[in-house]
Design a protein around this ligand. Structure first.
Ligand code: LMR
Length: 395
């Protein structure tokens, strides 16, 4: 059996992460994988996470199994965080999942189970693991235009034109905020127009929200999902706690499936529990419990929000510094969009050859499509990056 196997295509983000680790150069800059790093290049354990973990070690009396859906208190706290006043317990089935990827996978499994013939529409470009899992599950997929490589902003006209092709019951994958890989996001008005289109066509939104709090703030970043929650009869939401709680390796995520009524919610919940059982039985609990403790404890929550806000404003500062440095070094405003983009990423819009040159000649690692992780920078490395970009684009 095992001799029949051939090597599988490497995930380009994870392959780059490995390449960076193996690069012996001292002066190298990692703008690849989407992991937050502080000015010292460290991905810290957040203060509130440490405090909650200490408390958990003291107070936890058992490691016996949770339920198949995970801890209901985690789901409730996360529903509140993401949906705010739009939360509606009577309509939302939810299961804890191993990270945001687990939530996406379970959401797609649910789709395949419930809507065999439906197509899922994904933005071009999107996080590469989206199409990878969709293809693996053999779900029909279509792309919709999203990014204008000239203006480096959302190609909204193209997006709406393409989405006119959706059929009733199709799913449309939307990034809840902080679009990965581009950093270009929908405005409030555009979210409204997308909701109109989904209502008119009877298509169902599938929202991936992995960076809430990294863009314009916890509330503002949830604008799209909240609007859709208020208007759509059905929706899937895959949420990750990896970035905004910094619990990457704890694999903490939540899948929510919004049903039109209580009966459909109960049936959806039963299906989600079944799917968890088929794939991994009980979801991991440690990270979920820590997140729930933070969200439900006013002091921990305040401290977590303060630290997250500092992370967010730090990234905005780096964006502004980089846009200024690029303006100077390239003597043009062609990279001003870096200050307008939001979240961890910006897509520079330079060719793959230039990205390779940045890596080979300057030790600067970004994904081949020119996605860079802003959090991989600090005040000292911004000028180095700006001058390297100016050099490679003029070559
Ligand atoms: C990324 O896009 O870099 C992150 O979401 C990490 C990953 O798993 O790809």
């Amino acid at each position: 059996m095992l001799t029949n196997l051939t090597p599988q295509p490497a995930d380009k983000i994870l392959a780059l992460m490995q390449m960076f680790r193996e690069d012996p150069r001292e002066a190298k800059i990692d703008l690849g994988v989407g992991v937050y790093k502080n000015a010292q290049g460290i991905t810290p354990v957040m203060r509130a996470v440490k405090a909650a973990e200490r408390q958990l070690v003291e107070d936890q009396t058992t490691k016996a199994y949770t339920g198949l859906a995970g801890d209901p208190a985690f789901a409730k706290a996360m529903r509140g965080l993401i949906l705010g006043d739009a939360d509606d317990d009577s309509r939302i089935a939810a299961v804890a999942t191993p990270g945001g990827t687990g939530a996406i996978r379970q959401g797609l499994e649910l789709m395949r189970f419930a809507a065999e013939d439906a197509t899922i529409w994904v933005s071009t470009p999107t996080w590469p693991n989206h199409p990878s899992i969709i293809k693996y599950l053999d779900i029909p997929m279509q792309g919709y235009r999203y990014f204008d490589n000239t203006t480096r902003s959302v190609d909204f006209v193209g997006m709406m034109a393409d989405l006119k092709g959706v059929k009733k019951g199709d799913l449309v994958l939307l990034h809840g905020c902080c679009h990965n890989p581009t950093g270009a996001n929908l405005t409030a008005d555009q979210w409204g127009q997308v909701a109109d289109l989904l209502e008119d066509t009877g298509a169902i939104p599938f929202v991936d929200i992995a960076y809430q709090g990294f863009g314009d703030g916890l509330e503002a970043d949830a604008y799209g999902p909240r609007l859709l929650m208020a208007r759509m009869p059905e929706m899937i939401i895959a949420a990750s706690c990896s970035k905004n709680f910094g619990v990457y390796r704890e694999r903490t995520g939540l899948l929510m499936a919004v049903a039109p009524n209580e009966k459909a919610k109960a049936e959806t919940q039963s299906t989600l529990n079944f799917l968890n059982r088929q794939n991994y039985s009980f979801p991991p609990d440690h990270g979920a419990r820590v997140v729930q403790m933070i969200l439900d404890d006013p002091a921990l929550r305040t401290d977590w929000q303060a630290e997250l806000e500092a992370v967010r404003t730090g990234m905005l500062g780096l964006r502004n510094q980089l846009a200024d440095a690029l303006r100077q070094d390239t003597n043009s405003d062609q990279f001003d969009f870096v200050a307008q983009h939001r979240g961890m990423f910006s897509r520079l819009g330079i060719s793959e050859d230039k990205v390779t040159k940045l890596r080979e000649d300057h030790g600067i690692y970004m994904i081949g499509d020119s996605r860079m992780n802003i959090a991989g920078l600090n005040a000292e490395t911004v000028p180095i990056l700006a001058s390297a970009i100016a050099r490679v684009i003029s070559d």
